[in-house]
Design a protein around this ligand. Structure first.
Ligand SMILES: [Zn+2]
Length: 256
C-alpha cells in the first residue's frame, strides 16, 4: 500500500487500499509500529476477519526481532516520537531478508497448510539467491567500516551497525520531529567537528533542512531508498539492498 518513495510514518489512506484489504487472505507488515500511521485504521475499517492481528493471516515480519533504540518502558505511553517500540527500520538490515522470508514462510504455511511444500521450495530458492547477494554485500560493506554520516531520519541504524558505519547525528532531533534552527546549527557544528561529508536522505526527506545542513557543512546529500521502490532500480528487496550498498560505497569509500 505504501510506495517506496513515501514517508512510511505518514502514509495517507486511499479508497483502493480499503478495497484491497477487504479482499486479502494475508496481510504482511514489518511491524514495530513502522506502519502505525495507516495500518491499524485500515485493518479496523476492512472488517476482514482473515487478516486480524493474532490470526495466521496477519504476518508481522518483526516478530522475534531484537530492536535497537528501544525507549524505556515508562516513556512508551507518551509516544514522544514515531519510534515508540524501538527502531522499526529493520528492513535495511542486511539480515532482514532472511528474517522476513522465514516469518512469511511460517505465516503462509499456517494460512494454507496444504501448500506448505510449495512454500518451503520457494523459500529455499529465495534463500539461495540471498546467500549470493550477501556475499556481494559483505565485500562492499567491509569498505564502509568507520565511515561517518549524518542521516535526516533515524533510519540507517541497522545498516550502520552491520558494517560499523558511524551515524554521528540526525537532522531530525527525534524521529518524526522537524528540526529547529538551533537543531540545525548543532548538526552543522557536529558535522564540521567530525568531518562528515555525506548527509543521507530518502526522496521524501531530501528537503530544505537536509540541503541546508549539507551546504553549511560543506557536505553533499545522497538519496538512498529506505524501502523497495524508494529510488528507481530498486523494485525488489535484493535490488534495493544492492543499490544501497553500491551507493554508500560510491559516496563514502570510492577510492578503496
Ligand atoms: Zn522511522
Amino acid at each position: 500500500m505504501a510506495r517506496g518513495t513515501q514517508n512510511i510514518h505518514a502514509v495517507n489512506l486511499q479508497p483502493s487500499h480499503l478495497v484491497a484489504m477487504r479482499r486479502a487472505d494475508v496481510f504482511i507488515e514489518v511491524g514495530l509500529s513502522l506502519e502505525h500511521a495507516f495500518v491499524p485504521g485500515i485493518l479496523m475499517s476492512s472488517r476482514n476477519r482473515k487478516i486480524e492481528p493474532g490470526l495466521p493471516g496477519f504476518i508481522q515480519c518483526s516478530t522475534g526481532w531484537e530492536a535497537i533504540n528501544v525507549p524505556p518502558q515508562v516513556d512508551r505511553g507518551i509516544a514522544a516520537d514515531v519510534h515508540p517500540m524501538g527502531n522499526p527500520h529493520m528492513n535495511l538490515d542486511p539480515r532482514a531478508g532472511r528474517f522476513f522470508a522465514e516469518r512469511i514462510l511460517e505465516g503462509l504455511s499456517a494460512v494454507e497448510p496444504a501448500s506448505r511444500e510449495y512454500f518451503v521450495q520457494r523459500h529455499g530458492d529465495y534463500v539461495r539467491r540471498l546467500a549470493v547477494a550477501e556475499e556481494r554485500w559483505s565485500k562492499l560493506g567491509a569498505r564502509l567500516k568507520g565511515k561517518k554520516v549524518v542521516t535526516y531520519h533515524r533510519d540507517m541504524v541497522y545498516f550502520a551497525r552491520a558494517y560499523g558505519i558511524e551515524v554521528v547525528d540526525n537532522v531530525e532531533p527525534q524521529p518524526g520531529v522537524p528540526p529547529t534552527a538551533r537543531d540545525l546549527a548543532e548538526t552543522i557544528k557536529i558535522m564540521k567537528q567530525e568531518g562528515v561529508g555525506v548527509v543521507l536522505s530518502a526522496k521524501w526527506s531530501n528537503n530544505q533542512n537536509t540541503r541546508f545542513v549539507a551546504e553549511k557543512a560543506g557536505a553533499r546529500v545522497v538519496e538512498v531508498p529506505l524501502m523497495v521502490g524508494g529510488v528507481s532500480r530498486t523494485e525488489t528487496w535484493i535490488g534495493m539492498m544492492d543499490f544501497l550498498h553500491e551507493e554508500l560505497v560510491n559516496a563514502l569509500a570510492p577510492e578503496d
